[in-house]
Write a protein that binds this ligand. Structure first.
Ligand code: DPP
Ligand code: ZN
Length: 879
């Protein structure tokens, strides 16, 4: 496997003005005939270079130039390149390849899923369909003809407009599609199958009608309403917030069962993992509904941020992904509860992304090099990338940011561009200097801010001293300081104090005069506030204004004050987490010393107040009552003693449950409701609080609460409550457990997405013996290792989200994962390398665990035929 560097980028030597593809889809073979109108790129400095096309695992049938078939001596092949030495300045290249989509288990290129043909071309899957310039800066208009058996494949779809249909002899039929927008090959899509459709219409702001269609298997027709509503909301939102209108008369979504990712934004033919499009209350949890809304919007938003303006090369992936995640997060926030959405996103960032930034695969949001681009569809490129765009939004303010995005779309419509082009548009439109800000694109690692405050009573000033640093990451030992927007407020006895900086030169953006965004740019800096009449409590990093770790030595009382009254929802929640963290640390020490866990009385009181406060948003209460997760603790406490952390956290939860039993129970009753299910913020909040209360009560292992959970499991009509109850029952010692699992399976065995949840609940069970359960479930008839959703539900959930069992002291969890990675390495390398991630973090655990984990990585590395995907992850993690 070889490494590709951003610094080696060269413009393409050839361009493709038009692409015509003819597919003949068959049961044993499928034929692809392509005609490419090629010419030399006038901007390339090698005007006599050979034509080099990408192609992988293809059976080449014929190759001709301007109608003349090439002799084998006229072309050569090595690795993924087919090269033709002598070609004219402009010519037409015809090529025929033969594929076997039914045997394609990698789910890249053209493959079959539940009897349906479909494609996945991002990032480099198109080269598994035909020889091509498979790079995003080569954009072409496409005409696609599809021929297939009409009874097996009545629906034949591709990008753009349907321009012809024809009934052929022998039961075959044909459709022809034309996409007027030039696009890179990664946005090509084709679908052929027996599909039912849900239809709707959207009228754009300029009055054009767009036909919206969601194609699914017939049995899923009743699960499309939420996706359709989300799509229409997203279309309207993009018009209102970004001034972006949809540009074709059709927008199609197709749901497929076997899909490596969540969904794909192919021009006008989005292909979705069923898990990200199907939803109904009986089968889908609240989180599932929110995921559908978010992903539908995300893929739709790509029509502008990704398709109309695309990436020059794959190092720029965050250009489209970071921006689009930011856009979908703002959309979800507008559709639901902004604070809850923010807390959820920050939680993901602070666990998964911070861990990635601290591990062997750390990379900047714009990586400098990669072996396999599929490995870079990461939380860093996506979520940290979105945080970087959010920081630009914070530094510019909403109006200038909109000016910047307008300029970006206007300047680059129809082009393949870079992250630099995006930043430049923001800079040009706003006049704000983002030179230092660019370090966020080139440097990996999570910056740390050490902040201290001092009050000078005589001078009536409050000084915040800020020190920034960033730990070394692979290939980057020294880091230049970042430009960090630090949102702050100072809280006095009667609320937030008016802020007046002593140094008026300091560049700040102010929402009102009680909140400021400080521009931190030096390694050490001081900010002095004047006219501060009392010693305040600083509220820092409000709204999580930058993806950094912030240290401030708060006292318990200061944190309690923030938790009780900060007007910033994120800071309020974060204060509760810092208090929880302190209690867990004390519990760890107590248990290690053979003592009982006894939390601080004031902390318990604050939790009690929370439970009683009906004026607060129930979702916030739920979030604040949940202790920091074990995954987050593993980011904070080093070396990580998984068992010790788990035991301390569980012991603390149990003591809290005991102390707050009455309040929890009252809260549960208060949140019960027989209202018809709706996936709205208010109901979601109530269910979340109710189930948080039930989770605590179940820790007490009392008959009455077990009965309550069983009753909830048996009688609730929605999956959120039912699955929550099942989870708590499975994690308890209740004898009802086996029966509950069996009943659930019986009821839902024909719904694969529900059965995945059934696998996941069992895989995530904290009790001993879960590895054996998971191993048993691997041979359950409903399990299929070729289906990525099932792999994620069972193997992924066990290894990635069940710390205590994965990190079993005998190393059996590690061995299990390595075994599965080796199996998947052959069938689906993308999924294999993704699954491997928990092992790569070996350096942060206790020495005994480290050794066992490293041994498994070495065993994987010793495998003779490793895919480039797995090779990259395993070799880098051992370096
Ligand atoms: N471009 C796709 C997405 O992020 C890849 N799954 O939506
Ligand atoms: Zn995306």
């Amino acid at each position: 496997p070889c490494t590709i560097f951003l610094s080696d980028y060269r413009v393409p030597e050839f361009l493709i003005d038009s692409t015509t593809l003819k597919f003949e889809l068959g049961e044993t073979n499928s034929i692809v005939r392509s005609v490419l109108e090629l010419r030399r790129n006038p901007e390339s400095d090698s005007q006599d270079a050979p034509l080099q096309l990408h192609g992988t695992e293809l059976e080449l049938v014929s190759l001709s130039i301007d109608g003349r078939e090439l002799a084998p001596s006229e072309w050569s092949q090595s690795g993924e390149q087919l090269s033709i030495a002598k070609v004219p300045a402009a010519f037409s290249l015809s090529c025929e390849t033969r594929l076997r989509p039914q045997d394609n288990t990698s789910l890249e290129g053209l493959y079959k899923s539940s009897g349906m043909f479909c494609t996945q071309c991002e990032a480099e899957g198109f080269r598994k369909i035909t020889y091509y310039l498979d790079r995003p800066d080569v954009m072409s208009v496409f005409t696609v003809e599809i021929v297939a058996d009409q009874s097996r494949y009545p629906v034949l779809l591709s990008n753009g407009n349907l321009v012809a249909t024809e009934i052929l002899a022998d039961g075959f039929h044909k459709t022809v599609w034309q996409d007027p927008f030039p696009k890179p090959a990664y946005l090509f899509a084709l679908v052929a199958g027996k599909l039912s459709v849900v239809e709707d219409q959207f009228i754009t702001s300029s009055g054009r009608g767009v036909d919206l269609k969601i194609y699914v298997e017939e049995k899923d027709l009743d699960k499309c309403d939420h996706a359709m509503l989300s799509l229409k909301n997203a279309m309207r939102w993009d018009e209102e917030v970004y001034g972006r209108e949809y540009d074709l008369d059709i927008f199609n979504i197709v749901a497929v069962d076997d899909f490596n990712m969540g969904a794909m934004e192919n021009k006008s033919l989005n292909i979705f993992n069923t898990s990200c499009v199907l939803a109904k209350p009986e089968t889908t949890t609240d989180a599932g509904f929110q995921r559908v809304e978010g992903v539908v919007a995300h893929e739709y938003f790509h029509n502008w941020s990704g398709n109309r303006v695309t990436c020059r090369d794959w190092f720029q992936l965050s250009l489209k992904e970071g921006f689009t995640v930011f856009r979908d997060a703002e959309f979800s926030s507008d559709m639901g509860s902004p604070t809850v959405k923010r807390v959820e996103d920050v939680t993901l960032l602070r666990t998964a992304q911070f861990a990635e930034d601290a591990g062997p695969m750390a990379h900047p949001i714009r990586p400098d090099s990669f072996i396999e681009i599929s490995n870079f569809y990461t939380v860093t490129v996506y979520e940290k990338g979105a945080e970087v765009v959010r920081m630009i939004h914070t530094l510019l303010g909403p109006e200038l940011f909109r000016k910047g995005s307008d300029l970006y779309f206007e300047r680059h419509d129809g082009q393949a561009v870079t992250c630099e082009d995006f930043v430049l548009a923001m800079e040009d439109a706003s006049g704000i200097d983002l030179r230092q800000f660019r370090n966020w694109y080139s440097q990996a690692g999570t910056p740390r801010l050490e902040v201290s405050g001092s009050y000078d009573k005589r001078a009536q000033t409050y000084t915040l001293a800020v020190k920034q640093s960033c730990p070394p990451t692979p290939g980057q030992t020294e880091k230049a300081p970042f430009h960090i927007p630090l949102a702050v407020a100072l809280i006095g006895d009667a609320g937030q104090l008016p802020l007046q900086l002593a140094d008026a030169e300091i560049n700040t953006e102010s929402a009102d005069n009680t909140e400021l965004v400080l521009s931190v740019s030096q390694p050490e800096q001081q900010f002095v506030f004047n006219n501060i009449k009392e010693e305040p409590v600083p509220s820092l990093l409000r709204g999580f204004s930058a993806p950094v770790k912030l240290d401030f030595d708060y006292s318990r009382d200061q944190l309690l004050r923030l938790m009780r009254s900060d007007s910033d929802g994120f800071c309020r929640w974060d204060a509760s987490q810092q208090l929880g963290l302190a209690e867990i640390k004390r519990a760890i020490s107590a248990l290690a010393a053979g003592q009982n866990v006894s939390p601080d009385a004031e902390y318990i009181n604050a939790c009690r107040e929370l439970l009683a406060d009906t004026s607060l948003d129930a979702a916030m209460v739920a979030l604040m009552l949940q202790l920091p997760s074990e995954a987050y603790l593993a980011e904070i406490i080093h070396p990580v003693d998984v068992q010790g952390i788990h035991q301390a956290r569980e012991a603390l939860r149990k003591v809290l449950a005991q102390a707050l039993k009455g309040e929890l129970s009252a809260c549960y009753s208060r949140c019960e409701s027989d209202e018809a299910y709706a996936a709205n913020a208010e109901q979601i909040a109530r269910r979340s609080l109710k189930n948080t209360a039930l989770a605590y009560l179940m820790l007490l292992e009392e008959e009455q609460f077990i009965a309550l959970a069983i009753q909830q499991f048996e009688s609730s009509a929605n999956m959120t409550d039912r699955l929550a109850a099942l989870t708590y029952i499975v994690n308890s010692e209740s004898e009802y457990k086996a029966k509950a699992l069996q009943r659930f399976y019986q009821q839902w065995q024909h719904e694969p997405l529900v059965i995945n949840q059934w696998f996941q609940v069992q895989a995530m069970c904290r009790l001993a013996g879960t590895l054996e359960t998971v191993q048993g479930l691997m041979s359950h008839p409903a399990f299929d290792i070729r289906n990525p959703n099932k792999v994620r539900a069972l193997i992924g959930a066990f290894c990635g989200q069940n710390g205590v069992n994965f990190h079993r002291e005998d190393g059996a969890g590690y061995r299990f994962l390595a075994d599965q990675v080796l199996v998947l390495n052959r069938s689906n390398p993308q999924i294999a390398s993704r699954l491997l991630v928990p092992l790569t973090k070996w350096r942060k655990y206790l020495p005994a665990a480290q050794q066992l984990m490293r041994a498994e990585l070495q065993r994987v590395l010793a495998e003779p035929e490793l895919s480039s995907d797995v090779y990259e992850v395993v070799s880098k993690s051992l370096q």
